[in-house]
Design a protein around this ligand. Structure first.
Ligand SMILES: Cc1cc2nc3c(=O)[nH]c(=O)nc-3n(C[C@H](O)[C@H](O)[C@H](O)COP(=O)(O)OP(=O)(O)OC[C@H]3O[C@@H](n4cnc5c(N)ncnc54)[C@H](O)[C@@H]3O)c2cc1C
Length: 266
């Protein structure tokens, strides 16, 4: 069996720099300018799973991302880790997309890639974290999907048995290929790219497709194609009263208890 596997990769702000993200109350947008970006952590697990399947059954792994030109770096990293190919969907008209418009654009790109057996996504991102893109993508492509996947096993023929994590255990689900699986953290331990692979990835060819290349309908993409719109964006007021208690640990503990009693009483 040889499989075409597509991995959806989103570039997100580096979690260590989240505190530098600011809100623009006029344009109602989030400003990520100058903040280092990384591949969404769960997408690394999706990529790792794709590589393991390719190693076991042979096939091809294609990483795809919709994003601004700098999302190219995320795809270069995916190539360095082991993806065979990478496609960046990049066009000004994709800007302002909500999850539905994002999923539609990805679906158009994936249709252009041709036949595939499996799409792997992260269960959610660390910046918007809706968990909607994978299932919406599956709906656009008319294929089944399973979320919170923590194990994938191939059956003879064209189906999979996957473990879906539940709050108190897991559920085994049989799913026919082609399918979309959104993976959760426990599924594997992502590998790191070698220095040599990082250097080589920069010279690998990457396809960059705009809206017209993927035959996307203009009123289904970007801001225009987004049924949800941000109508207000607010920064939480984090001004707090601060008191520093000084002294040896026992005394501080006593002072803290007394202060808490005082504060509860007021
Ligand atoms: C009303 C509205 C307006 C928005 N406007 C903007 C805007 O102007 N600019 C902006 O940057 N963002 C904007 N966003 C955020 C944007 O919609 C999300 O970044 C995007 O749709 C992905 O959603 P998510 O991060 O919740 O993905 P999730 O659904 O949590 O992601 C699950 C998985 O889907 C895949 N995936 C998600 N997004 C992508 C992608 N882009 N490429 C490849 N794979 C992907 C990954 O595998 C990921 O792990 C807006 C959102 C809303 C609701």
């Amino acid at each position: 069996m040889s499989l075409n596997i597509i991995v959806c990769v989103k570039q997100v702000p580096h979690p260590e720099h989240f505190s530098r993200i600011t809100l623009d109350p006029i344009r109602q947008t989030i400003s990520r300018e100058g903040i280092p970006a990384v591949i969404n952590p769960l997408d690394l697990h999706a990529l790792e799973e794709a590589l393991r399947i390719r190693e076991e059954l042979s096939g091809k792994v294609t990483a795809i991302s919709m994003g601004p030109p700098q999302a190219r770096c995320a795809l270069e990293e995916a190539l360095a880790i082991g993806a065979d190919d990478a496609v960046l969907l990049c066009d000004k008209s994709f800007a302002g997309a909500d999850t539905l418009a994002t999923a539609y654009s990805l679906a158009c790109g994936i249709k252009k890639l041709g036949r595939f057996a499996l799409i792997l996504c992260g269960n959610e991102t660390i910046d918007s974290a809706t968990g909607q893109v994978g299932p919406q993508l599956a709906e656009f492509l008319g294929i089944p999907h399973v979320t919170s996947v923590i194990q994938i096993a191939f059956e003879q023929g064209s189906s999979l048995i996957v473990r879906q994590a539940l709050e108190e255990g897991y559920m085994k689900v049989r799913v026919k290929l082609p399918a979309m699986l959104a993976v959760a953290k426990g599924i594997n331990q992502p590998r790191l790219p070698t220095v040599w692979a990082i250097m080589e990835a920069g010279s690998k060819e990457m396809q960059i497709w705009g809206a017209s290349d993927i035959g996307a309908t203009q009123d289904m993409i970007g801001l225009e194609g987004s049924p949800t719109h941000v109508t207000g964006i607010f920064e939480r007021d984090t001004t707090r009263r601060r008191e520093i208690l000084e002294g040896p640990p026992r005394q501080i503990a006593k002072k803290a208890v007394n202060r808490l009693h005082e504060l509860i009483a007021t």
